[in-house]
Design a protein around this ligand. Structure first.
Ligand code: PLP
Length: 357
């Protein structure tokens, strides 16, 4: 079966097999990694290896701290202003979809949010041109969402701004090469391209670690996390371990460059098929189409239920679009093989042939 879920998403089969083998008896220790102290040399070794592998995969320099946190990307919507506002009472946000909106709403509890640009007018099917952004030179930072998981809109260039650049990479991290040095903070919920739910990754420039507001809870404070090697309290050890297995798997596949080639091929195939079908449609402007999340509609939405039922019968799972937009969505993260996209296109083509007028 192929899993097109937007998150929690498919994990590489090899990772699941290895985790299963090690589930009850990790490396001959007679107990599961889940049952070990996070301060044991065994777990600390696993944690450090995961960080080293991630640093290698993304070429993260020593200028950045890598934090393994909890609370999901949504907790970061609050943690970011609490840590980064400093003595500035305002931050810039770009509104390109449902996740941007949530980040904006949460930041509004702590500061004046300046929405520098919004694509709401095009129903979030475009990226607002950078030249039109109303940037505030006194903003504490600029926040944007490089890939909107629900709308399927992706930025392929980093905004060039003079304030710290903060990116919610929950659904794009590890899918294609990025230059981490162009950012000041990157964060991501794990449950798409990193590992299972429960872990949240933060990559942050070390010079930003000293700006937390006095009211920032210790559990959300990046400096506290960094000073304690992400173990201020008990971390989500099993999710951290599994994410480490995913990083090893990515290295075995040839790293991010190799994944990007496959990801671009997978996405191009599906978009080309949709555009040429005359039956399915994707609303996003061509240059901003997500490589990871591909929403599409059928010519007649009365057929949605039949489409989903038949797809499921064929083992093509979780294609229902997000409740806020309807239609379908195929999420094709790293762990979704190219054969899954081929099988989906074959089914879509057959379905369209049977239901076209
Ligand atoms: N940001 C983006 C881009 C997402 O896709 C999601 C979840 O799907 C979130 C934030 C929220 O993540 P979490 O559920 O880990 O809080």
């Amino acid at each position: 079966k192929y899993n097109f879920c937007a998150g929690p998403a498919a994990l590489p089969e090899a990772v699941l097999n290895r985790a299963q083998q090690e589930m009850a008896d990790w490396q001959g220790k007679g107990l599961s990694i889940m049952e070990m102290s996070h301060r044991s040399p065994e777990f600390v070794g696993v944690a450090q290896q995961a960080e080293a592998d991630l640093r290698e995969l993304l070429s993260i320099s020593d200028d950045f701290a890598v934090l393994f946190l909890q609370g999901g990307a949504s907790t970061q919507f609050a943690a970011i202003p609490l840590n980064l506002l400093g003595d500035k009472g305002t931050a810039d946000y770009v509104n390109t979809g449902q996740w941007s909106k949530k980040a904006i709403k949460e930041a509004g509890r702590y500061c004046d949010v300046n929405v520098v640009a919004s694509s709401e007018g095009t129903n979030f099917s475009t990226i607002p041109p950078l030249a039109d952004w109303q940037l505030n030179p006194n903003a504490a930072y600029l926040h944007y969402t490089p890939n909107e998981t629900i709308g399927g809109v992706e930025f392929f260039e980093e905004p060039q701004v003079d304030v710290p650049l903060v990116a919610d990479m929950s659904s794009t991290i590890l899918s294609r090469k990025i230059d981490v040095n162009k950012y000041d903070m990157i964060y991501a919920g794990a449950q798409k391209n990193i590992g299972p739910a429960g872990l949240t990754l933060v990559i942050i420039r070390k010079t930003l670690l000293d700006r937390a507001l006095p009211i920032c809870p210790a559990m959300l404070n990046y400096k506290v996390a960094d000073d304690n090697d992400s173990m201020y309290n008990t971390p989500p050890t099993y999710a951290w371990y599994l994410s480490g297995l995913v990083f090893q798997w990515l290295k075995e596949q040839g790293g991010i460059e190799a994944m990007e080639v496959i990801n671009r091929r997978k996405a191009a195939k599906l978009y080309d098929y949709i555009d040429g079908s005359g039956f399915y449609a994707n609303p996003v402007e061509k240059q901003s189409r997500s490589l990871m999340n591909i929403p599409f509609t059928l010519a007649n939405s009365d057929l949605d239920k039949a489409f989903l039922a038949e797809a499921e019968e064929l083992g093509l799972l979780n294609l229902k679009g997000h409740r806020s937009v309807g239609g379908m969505r195929a999420s094709i993260y790293n762990a979704v093989p190219e054969a899954a996209v081929d099988a989906l296109i074959a089914f879509m083509s057959d379905f369209a042939a049977r239901h076209s007028a």
